[in-house]
Design a protein around this ligand. Sequence first.
Ligand SMILES: [Zn+2]
Length: 426
Amino acid sequence: MSLEDHAEELASDLGVDKEEVTRDLENLVNYSVPMDEAKQSLRRKYGDGGSGGDGTPSSKAINEVSTDDSNVTVTAVVLTSGRRSIQYNGEQHVIREGELADETGKISYTAWDGFSGELQPGQTVRLGNAGVREWDGQPELNLGDSTNPEVVDETLDIDYEVGGRAALQDLAPGDRGITVEVQVLECEQKVIDGRDGETTILSGVLGDESGRLPFTDWEPHDEIEEGASVRLEETFVREFRGAPSVNVSEFSTVTALDRTVEVAESAPRMSIREAVESGGLFDVELAGNVIEVRDGSGLIERCPECGRVIQNGQCRSHGAVDGEDDLRTKAILDDGTDTVTAVLDDELTARVYGGDLDDAREHARDEMDKEVVAERISDRIVGREYVVRGSLSVDEYGANLTASTFAEADDDPATRARTLLQEADT
Ligand SMILES: [Zn+2]
């Protein structure tokens, strides 16, 4: 059969324009796609009969699925698959979540407990009558008891890696079925009020060659302890204080590794704009000039109940309280791309102030004014350039960088100026 004949057959099967089909078919064959595969791909593209009056949802390529669709049929490779236990209507349900991909793109899915398929990473599946819902502005497939799963013997040429193995730096809230190999840097047990009363969880910090992220283990695994190198399979990623956090559950597999996972010493350095646009980072290094020391810096008072900073002995939650003295600095850092408020704890503040809490109290008493502490800090740091490492959160309170280190920059200012100008150009 000639290409022309194949095109004619397809066009009449699918009820679409022959010239268009011929053009598409020529294209695919020119890219060395075998004729049978090319025809299958076009059948998918043109809907294999379409969603005519019979109510059958049309076959769609993944990049054609939109939030306007109610049901579709897709053929795709399972990239990731992770189980999660959730509660609704007072009952426990195990759902399966992950991503699917075909030649045109990828899409998230949620499979509810009525769904009869398996969804193993690497499998090619045809999902008949998959529901479409909107999640975070994007279409997502909803697989339930009315979805017909079928494993098909077909190889799709996809641009994505199967399996969900990822570096910490590449994780984003919403990722599911993720595998990481990490070193446990910090780990502590916590008792929380769970669904069924008090329950013990683990929380701490993980590191790998790319960076660090916080984690929670909801079903404490013995292998997770400080200093251990472990592989965590079937984890999911949530947002915690504006940054991604790795979640280990009862479905996760934790394996101790017989090698030590190296951990990046330094935090990724970014422009302030880039960092703020990311929406939050657990560990980042920013550099800029301190342009102002904000109110609420220097010698401050905190509520003994909740630790909030109080004004005139009044806590917003606890009313009149006996405040406890503390030191804090809120410094506005500007690198020409954007600004961020660096928040320094008592120790870092003591360093930039040049004295501890007792010195600050004495200073304030001598001058009969608490503000002198903040004023001295301001005199010492405003107009100077600093490199600040810490945890960035971006929310309704603005962009705040809780500093773990705060050091005067020793870079050559001319080099820095050129770098900033180049960034401003992009
Ligand atoms: Zn309080």
